[in-house]
Design a protein around this ligand. Sequence first.
Ligand SMILES: [Zn+2]
Length: 104
Amino acid sequence: MEVSCDRCLEPMACPIDAQSTLKVVMGDEYADDGDMVTIPEREGTINVAWNIYELAALQIPLRHVHPEGECKSLTLDSSLKEEKEEIHETDPRWEELRKIVNRK
Ligand SMILES: [Zn+2]
């Protein structure tokens, strides 16, 4: 897959290798219990685009950066670059959680 590098934001290749099995059965109504999908007999087809997307997306590592020295935007000075990385590593959800904890 092609993803944006966390450090320089340029596109980078992220090789993924995943396999999955989706059990599909015919039934009266559409149902998806996670392990098995029931599709209505009158339709008889299933669109697996989302399943493939989800499977692939789960393979992308949390942090993805070019190998050291291969980032494209090396014109940034090092202090700016560090600041940029720091912003990237702070998940806003943790900040919200911290506010809730501090309120007690
Ligand atoms: Zn990069």
